[in-house]
Design a protein around this ligand. Structure first.
Ligand code: ADP
Ligand code: MG
Length: 243
């Protein structure tokens, strides 16, 4: 019993310390970046060394961007599939993105309904974050991010739209290709790859429509939790009939 108690306590410590993996990795990156900047500003630093420091800072920023696209909501414990409320999850992601939206004068308009789907919470949040972050980044001079939830047959539909720079047909076709980015050093080209992979594991569908200088519409369809339950009931009944 004693051993078990100690183990339980240890688990709790892990839970508190590493509330989020991204937070734990970001902290040392931020500290290192801060000291690099101090060095870069110091009059004792030669021009040559300033160039090296600049490269180091850019690489730290790249690591930070990759963590954002992969691990924003990641926690040390393994994930389980559970019943998720799309409204709650979308609101959580919007909370995280609001500072970024404010920086670019992007207004956020939502029509959210608390439909249920099945999935791993962190992965679903990461998927929403990557799509909404792209939408905000497509509006550097302001605009509106729309997020609407509705139900279509057995699918919960999440419509994410922006009034940003839009994409050409060629760009839409390359979406999800690893390292495809039009954002230069600031982009990872990994965000949409992660999105496509997560939607696939959730048995969902994604469809993207875009027009250059008008904006982009992303539709994500995920099987409704209840449709899924109903399918199972039907399959089980059929089996019963066959037997
Ligand atoms: P990153 O954002 O790091 O560039 P992503 O995989 O998230 O990588 O996106 C790949 C590319 O797809 C972006 O660089 C951009 O050109 C394009 N893109 C994605 N979403 C949008 C959007 N909402 N509006 C305009 N372009 C977009
Ligand atoms: Mg992105």
């Amino acid at each position: 019993l004693r051993q078990r108690v100690i183990r339980a306590e240890k688990m709790e410590v892990v839970g508190h310390l590493a509330a989020s993996i991204s937070h734990e990795i970001r902290n040392p990156l931020t500290v290192s970046r801060g000291f690099m900047q101090l060095l870069a500003q110091s009059k004792d630093t030669s021009e040559k060394n300033k160039q090296y420091i600049q490269i180091a800072i850019e690489e730290l920023d790249r690591a930070e961007a990759i963590i954002t696209d992969y691990l924003t909501f990641a926690k040390p414990a393994p994930e389980r599939e559970e019943k998720l409320n799309v409204k709650t999850e979308i609101e959580r992601v919007i909370d995280v993105l609001r500072p970024l939206a404010n920086m670019s004068s992007v207004e956020i308009q939502t029509t959210l309904v608390p439909f249920a789907i099945k999935g791993e919470r962190q992965k679903f949040q990461q998927c929403l974050l990557n799509v909404m972050k792209n939408a905000i980044e497509a509006m550097p001079n302001g605009g509106t991010l729309y997020v609407n939830v509705s139900i279509e047959k057995d699918y919960v539909s999440i419509h994410i739209a922006d009034t940003g720079v839009g994409m050409t047909k060629e760009q839409i076709e390359r979406l999800g290709e690893p390292y495809f980015t039009t954002k230069g050093a600031k982009g990872t080209g990994l965000g949409m790859m992660v999105v496509y992979r997560i939607i696939e594991t959730m048995n969902g569908i994604i469809s993207v429509h875009s027009e250059v200088d008008k904006g982009t519409d992303v539709y994500i369809y995920l099987p409704s939790f209840y449709a899924d339950q109903m399918d199972k009931a039907i399959i089980q009944n059929k089996r019963a009939l066959i037997i």
